[in-house]
Design a protein around this ligand. Structure first.
Ligand SMILES: C[S@@+](CC[C@H](N)C(=O)[O-])C[C@H]1O[C@@H](n2cnc3c(N)ncnc32)[C@H](O)[C@@H]1O
Length: 352
């Protein structure tokens, strides 16, 4: 089978898949993402949602579709931040894993259920006081608002390919050997639309081929009638990724640590890659391409940290929960802006 087929089983198969069983983001989970650092990221994303709501003319119903929502932490932080768009907000947490969707309702007022396509259709159209939240394994169409994905695309099944400098491609497939699974090099066809981007990598270097992420993006753009698709992830160009020694872009994680070889113990750990932004750009050139650091600074992270520092100083002698939360913004901001860490993540936007 191809590596993409293997990865889909290892991560999502209902009986053994990492995400279908125990795997998830979070401090008590397997790895830390920006929403899991603390509520500050959600507070800033709430500001970004408000910008979009105002840009759309403050519609009565404003839909946000968060794809790959994990356990729903970002939605809870956004609800807690009480954005100005709250009364119009219809927030759909799209998550493939039923185990994780089952966590969405916890500590979330206004949760309207785990919905199918028909239920989502109603959810997205009924006006009335929000915010309202729902979960679903599928994303809706006809969105006036935002489609958002934080650290989803690095988890969509990818293939591993290289070229020989003369237009011939090879792929790493997975096959059974005597003592487990092994890679096997086979000749490969790659999608015509990606040939020129893939060919920019040095000949002979393995790189991820993001066919599923590219298809996801095309569908996400299609889902938006009016608004924006926002993708946040670790990323670089295909050539930069391919240049990393010993396929350093192909990583596994479990229990907050690096895992073993991706073909060992399928389902035991997350399998992930840096996302090739130029492969995504073959769908449509992004309207925004920036780093998470610049994105959060534009949204006022420094101001929120200063405010937090002031609140903490005022209440330090008898701190309450709000004062402790204000103080924690300082450490959260450091993590969210960290060079060579979350701060260097890429933020891409496609406007419709
Ligand atoms: C790395 S986690 C990120 C979770 C969350 N966005 C965060 O930043 O903490 C990726 C999540 O995407 C989910 N996922 C993968 N493919 C998906 C798909 N096609 N549709 C919806 N969710 C998906 C996985 O089950 C997993 O929970």
């Amino acid at each position: 089978m191809s590596f993409a087929q293997y990865m889909d089983i290892a991560l999502y198969d209902e009986s053994i898949g990492f995400y279908a069983t125990t795997g998830r983001a979070g401090r008590r989970g397997d790895f830390l993402t920006s929403p899991e650092v603390g509520p500050l990221f959600g507070a800033l994303l709430a500001r970004r949602l408000d910008e979009e709501w105002f840009a759309l003319g403050s519609p009565e119903v404003f839909v946000v579709v968060e794809c790959g929502a994990g356990p729903g932490t970002l939605a809870r932080s956004i609800a807690f931040a009480a954005p100005e768009c709250a009364s119009a907000l219809r927030y759909v947490m799209v998550e493939r894993s039923a185990e994780q969707r089952a966590l969405h309702a916890v500590h979330l007022d206004g949760w309207m259920g785990d919905l199918d396509a028909g239920g989502l259709n109603t959810f997205m159209r009924v006006a009335g006081p929000g915010p309202r939240f729902s979960s679903s394994p599928i994303a809706p169409y006809g969105v006036t608002g935002v489609v958002l994905a934080n650290e989803l695309l690095d988890n969509l099944a990818f293939d591993i390919v290289r070229h020989d400098g003369s237009g011939n491609f090879e792929r790493l497939d997975v096959h059974h050997a005597e003592d487990g699974l092994e890679f096997e090099v086979v000749p490969a066809e790659v999608p015509i639309a990606l040939v020129s981007v893939l060919s920019q990598a040095a000949a002979g270097e393995w790189m991820p081929l993001h066919e599923h992420a590219v298809q996801w993006l095309a569908a996400a753009i299609d889902r938006v009638e009016c608004g924006v698709v926002i993708v946040i992830d670790y990323g670089a160009t295909t050539a930069e990724i391919a240049a990393r020694s010993e396929m350093g872009w192909l990583r596994t994680f479990a229990d907050q640590e690096r895992g073993g070889h991706p073909l060992d113990a399928p389902g035991a750990w997350d399998i992930t890659t840096d996302v090739a932004v130029d492969q995504l750009a073959t769908v449509m050139e992004p309207t925004v391409l920036t780093t998470q650091r610049e994105f959060l600074k534009r949204l006022g992270i420094d101001q929120l940290v200063e405010e937090g520092r002031r609140i903490w100083i005022e209440h330090a002698s008898a701190p309450d929960v709000a004062a402790l939360r204000a103080r924690s913004r300082i450490g959260e901001a450091e993590a969210l802006l960290e060079p060579s860490g979350l701060g260097d993540f890429v933020v891409l936007e496609w406007r419709k």
